[in-house]
Write a protein of this length. Structure first.
Length: 303
């Protein structure tokens, strides 16, 4: 910095000496040219000085803006990292809660664990809002539909659904209360099963193993750990799953839309659909799965 000042003062001194020498040599004749040069210099220097000041201010403003943007980018980066960490924790916590609920339902076989497993599966949209169906052990061709009671969130609503001779009937909902043992719930279900004319033996045990397996299948499919199966209602067989919007294949990416299953003269429509879209599906197995799906839709609870 001191060296730059010395150069400026030296250049100024040399310039003044040259002006003085020119005036001494030409005398008064040198004055008009000198004034002209001074005027031109002022016309150039003063605007440049003002422009330089504005440019300096603009540069300072730009630097301040860049520093502010850098701080903002850093804050955004930190916020994004925090969001990623919270999302990861939320996903991990959600997975842990669902897995704990499913394991409890598989091992404890009590109302509280079954209710929590149903609630977790419904919360992620893996199962139908109308409930899930599993085959009842005892009554011929009967299913038990489970769901968390709409007006009593601490209870599990269960009902018997039976199909016989082309007629589909459903019992009234029975509320499985907290602390109520499985045997007492079976007695109440047997009573309503007789009222709707369900054939076969009575229910001795609730099919909770099948229920837990169905909930696990639905949750894993919905959370990306398996093939997409929609919002699950029932496992028709080892190859087909009944969902709200149709019949899904487990081994192959097939989906038979619900409207094809429920419309009149569905057999002909499904035959042509199978030939085009599910050529590898076993016809007899598919026909049986379609019958199960049609029954599930006909007994679907109304809102």
């Amino acid at each position: 910095m001191m060296r730059q000042h010395w150069v400026v003062w030296a250049a100024t001194g040399v310039g003044a000496s040259m002006i003085m020498g020119g005036w001494l040599m030409d005398g008064a004749a040198y004055t008009p040219g000198f004034l002209l040069e001074v005027g031109v210099t002022l016309l150039l220097v003063i605007p440049l000085a003002v422009l330089e000041r504005r440019l300096r201010r603009a540069e300072e403003h730009t630097q301040a803006l860049n520093q502010g943007l850098a701080r903002m980018n850093e804050q955004v980066r930190r916020t994004a990292e925090q969001v990623r960490q919270l999302s990861r924790m939320s996903v991990d916590d959600g997975y842990s809660e669902r897995e704990a609920a499913l394991r409890a339902a598989e091992s404890r076989r009590d109302q509280q664990s079954v209710r929590q497993a149903l609630r977790e599966a419904h919360a992620v949209g893996a199962v139908s809002a109308g409930g899930v169906r599993v085959r009842a052990e005892g009554p011929t061709g009967a299913r038990l539909r489970f769901r968390v009671a709409d007006d009593a969130p601490t209870m599990v609503a269960v009902r018997v659904e039976a199909a016989s001779g082309g007629t589909v009937t459903a019992s009234s909902w029975q509320l499985w209360k907290p602390g109520e043992n499985e045997r007492r719930m079976c007695r109440r279900l047997n009573t309503v099963a007789q009222e709707i004319g369900a054939d076969g033996a009575g229910i001795q045990r609730l099919p909770l193993d099948q229920l837990a397996a169905l909930l696990r299948l639905a949750v894993e499919a919905h959370t990306g750990d398996g093939r997409d199966l929609g919002t699950v209602i029932e496992l028709a067989d080892a190859e087909w799953v009944v969902s709200d919007d149709g019949l899904y294949g487990r081994s192959w990416p097939y989906r038979i839309p619900r409207d094809l299953i429920t419309r009149d003269h569905a057999a002909d429509v499904l035959s042509s659909y199978r030939a085009r879209n599910a050529p590898l599906a076993d016809p007899a197995q598919l026909a049986a799965a379609v019958a199960v799906a049609r029954t599930a839709y006909r007994t679907e609870p109304t809102a």
